[in-house]
Design a protein around this ligand. Structure first.
Ligand SMILES: N[C@@H](CCC(=O)N[C@@H](CS)C(=O)NCC(=O)O)C(=O)O
Length: 186
């Protein structure tokens, strides 16, 4: 079987795309990282150009298949590259973190930050503070990047979140990517 070819299409922001980018980077998987500008989007949105399944981004092309919905893509990639878990319960524990981050991201995208966002995340430290990197760690890392930009002291009371943030940032396959990627607010 030949290796799959990946093309990931999203805007030039982290928001609903960065978790998928991080999983591909953590896997050491080559992919075409297409970053569409907001100026060019109105021309591309109609399906005849990009063939977006639902007219929104992100979209991941895998060979000739197309996937949409950021969490569907993230879970698909996490299963492919073992950033998930084996058992149904462990998967559910990861999912609740990832879905909470996704809800939070919706709030952040509309710039209506909930005051207790970091506290909410800290309730989950027991689920992702394991030995193996999962999409839960990466999802939390990414939303913390945004929260830290809004309030650099937001982790002060949460040492386990701080430690996990550091641990993901130092992952051997992610470190260089995270240090050299464009510095984007959200
Ligand atoms: N639930 C979808 C939401 C996708 C979505 O709303 N994408 C936005 C960007 S974050 C978009 O493509 N907006 C452009 C548009 O609606 O034309 C997902 O998670 O992928």
């Amino acid at each position: 079987m030949s290796k799959p070819t990946y093309k990931f299409m999203y805007f030039g922001v982290r928001a609903r795309g960065e978790l998928c980018r991080m999983v591909l980077q953590a896997a050491g998987q080559d992919f075409e990282d297409v970053r569409i500008t907001f100026e060019e989007w109105p021309k591309l949105k109609p399906c005849e150009y990009l063939s977006t399944p639902t007219g929104v981004l992100p979209v991941l092309e895998i060979n000739s298949d197309k996937l949409c919905q950021s969490m569907t893509i993230a879970r698909y990639l996490a299963k492919e590259y073992k950033f998930y878990a084996e058992s149904n319960m462990e998967q559910a524990l990861i999912d609740q973190v990832v879905d909470t981050v996704s809800d939070l991201m919706g709030t952040l995208i509309s710039w209506k930050l909930e005051g207790d966002a970091t506290k909410k995340l800290s309730n989950f430290v027991f689920t992702y503070f394991g030995f193996q990197l999962t999409i839960a760690d990466m999802a939390v890392y990414d939303v913390l990047v945004t929260l830290l930009k809004m309030d650099p002291k937001c982790l002060a009371k949460f040492p386990k979140l701080q430690a996990n943030f550091k641990r993901v940032g130092e992952h051997p396959k992610l470190k260089k990517y995270l240090e050299t990627r464009p510095d984007i607010d959200i």
